[in-house]
Ligand binder design. Structure first.
Ligand code: SF4
Length: 480
């Protein structure tokens, strides 16, 4: 018998239904969080993007696309719009900062070319269940340019009438009339960047954004029939205190968004140049970060939000929370999703797609993007074709990230593996986490405990084969 299987068999047998796990809120255990805080992938993909390689080039993407486009398997589309006219110092996105408003026209022209080229390589238009525009600042584009991109998407693909069509907005860069135009274009979900309402913090990160303009954007979205509004917050920003963030949370609760994403700021100025403008001595210390997180979790729960996972919260009746209770929650490059699409096509610089059993990422710079499309090539930088082992590990990691539980018998049947044998080393490694109370491992089931919820990345990491022999963990953001 394998070593890991012995570990499981030696524990007490307590019946556990994996779905029970979803009903539990995270428990805050400062000692455990401090002990396990360290770098860890976010697992929006497995393998993580740093494992993609140049051997997966445009020809492999074309091959993957040729198998897509039927009417059964739905598609999800991501469009990257990189321009911003000012810089937020905490930013880790791939963006192009410019005040030259004419630069987006050329980008839009090439983006439309890429959309049409991808469609030409597919077997058919495919059914689209979800569209997401991210950035950058998507509303840097003029209304005419936004319409041009949407037209290119609708010309190339068949959009389901009830599809989710989402856009990220910066309330400083769009007004109520702009929101009305987005509704006319078919957008029905809005993701609003807030980060922190405290003026001192906003000055320290070069993003001064009044609450009235944020409120106006959210109210306009509701007035124009948007189904859902998400607000992004960040804890761990310079000059932030527990008391100041408490005030921000109260103001956000008053705005009553459907979803809230609460990210921990990762200060890695050697990787992201704008962060060099943040004074290290103004950053809250580790104890303040933890106290801020603890407060945020308590306040959001009191305001009626359920914990979805990692850094996401949603109202109990929101589709994300409903999908989680039903065991249908998924994870993709936008984080958690209730979207049922298996294949993701991504357009624009640095965008990452997941067509079939592969990942593919576009080139990162405008120059490379334009040059590839001028050569009539798809602008692929790198990618990865999933092996059978990758597929099984991805399923295990995503089950833990989405459900906080894994029914090993059902998993074995579904993926044609003997879980205990295949993951014997991982089960052995989980014993240490189990001893610390992060997980419970029992015959037939693995369950992330309420104390382990906020550290689910630490549990998921155990199943990452690429991390096993490789000391690259430092390139990932910290878990807390
Ligand atoms: S945080 Fe958003 S708006 Fe700010 S610089 Fe980054 S991409 Fe642009």
């Amino acid at each position: 018998m394998a070593r890991g299987a012995r570990t499981v068999a030696s524990m007490n047998v307590i019946p556990l239904h994996p779905h029970i796990a979803r009903a539990d809120a995270p428990a805050f255990d400062a000692g455990l969080l401090a002990r396990y805080d360290g770098p860890g992938p976010r697992y929006t993909s497995y393998p993580t993007a740093d494992r993609f390689g140049p051997e997966f080039a445009a020809d492999r993407y074309v091959e993957a696309l040729s198998r897509l486009g039927g009417t059964v398997a739905p598609l999800s589309l991501y469009v990257h719009l990189p321009f911003c006219d000012s810089i937020c110092y905490y930013c880790a996105c791939n963006k192009v900062v410019t005040r030259d408003r004419t630069r987006s026209a050329r980008y839009v022209e090439y983006l439309c070319r890429e959309i049409a080229a991808v469609r030409r390589h597919m077997a058919g238009p495919g059914r689209v269940r979800q569209i997401h525009w991210g950035g950058g600042t998507p509303t840097f584009l003029t209304s005419a340019e936004q319409a041009q991109v949407m037209r290119a998407l609708l010309d190339a693909f068949d959009l389901d009438p009830d599809a989710e069509v989402a856009i990220e907005v910066d309330p400083r860069k769009v007004d109520a009339a702009g929101i009305a135009r987005l509704a006319e274009l078919g957008f029905n979900r809005l993701s609003v960047g807030v980060q922190d309402f405290d003026h001192d913090v906003q000055v320290a990160v070069n993003r001064v954004q009044g609450e009235p303009e944020t409120r106006a954007v959210i109210e306009a979205a509701r007035h124009h029939g948007f189904d859902s509004v998400n607000v992004d917050l960040i804890y761990g920003l310079p000059r932030q205190t527990v008391a100041s963030f408490a005030r921000t949370l109260d103001r956000v609760a008053d705005l009553a968004p459907d979803r809230i994403a609460l990210y921990g700021y990762a200060h890695v100025p050697h990787l992201f140049k704008p962060q060099r403008s943040i004074a290290r001595e103004e950053l809250p210390d580790a104890a303040t970060r933890l106290a801020t997180l603890e407060l945020a979790i308590a306040r959001l729960a009191a305001a009626g939000y359920v914990y979805i996972g990692m850094d996401h919260f949603a109202r109990r009746d929101d589709p994300l929370a409903v999908a989680q209770r039903a065991g249908r929650l998924r994870r993709n490059f936008q984080g958690y999703t209730a979207d049922s699409a298996d294949d993701l096509l991504a357009f624009g610089i640095s965008a990452i797609g997941a067509p079939g059993d592969a990942y593919v990422q576009n080139v990162r710079t405008l120059g490379d993007y334009y040059a590839a499309l001028d050569r009539s090539e798809l602008p692929v930088l790198r990618g990865h074709a999933l092996s059978a082992d990758d597929r099984v590990r991805r399923a295990a990691i995503h089950a833990l990230m989405c459900d906080f539980a894994l029914d090993t018998a059902a998993f074995s049947a579904r993926h044609g593996v003997d879980f205990e044998r295949t993951f014997a080393p991982e089960l052995a490694a989980l014993a240490t986490l189990a001893a610390d109370g992060l997980v419970e491992v029992r015959p037939g089931a693995i369950r992330v405990t309420p104390r382990g919820r906020l550290l689910v990345r630490v549990v998921a990491k155990v199943f990452d084969r690429y991390l096993r022999d490789d000391a690259v963990a430092a390139r990932y953001s910290k878990v807390i």
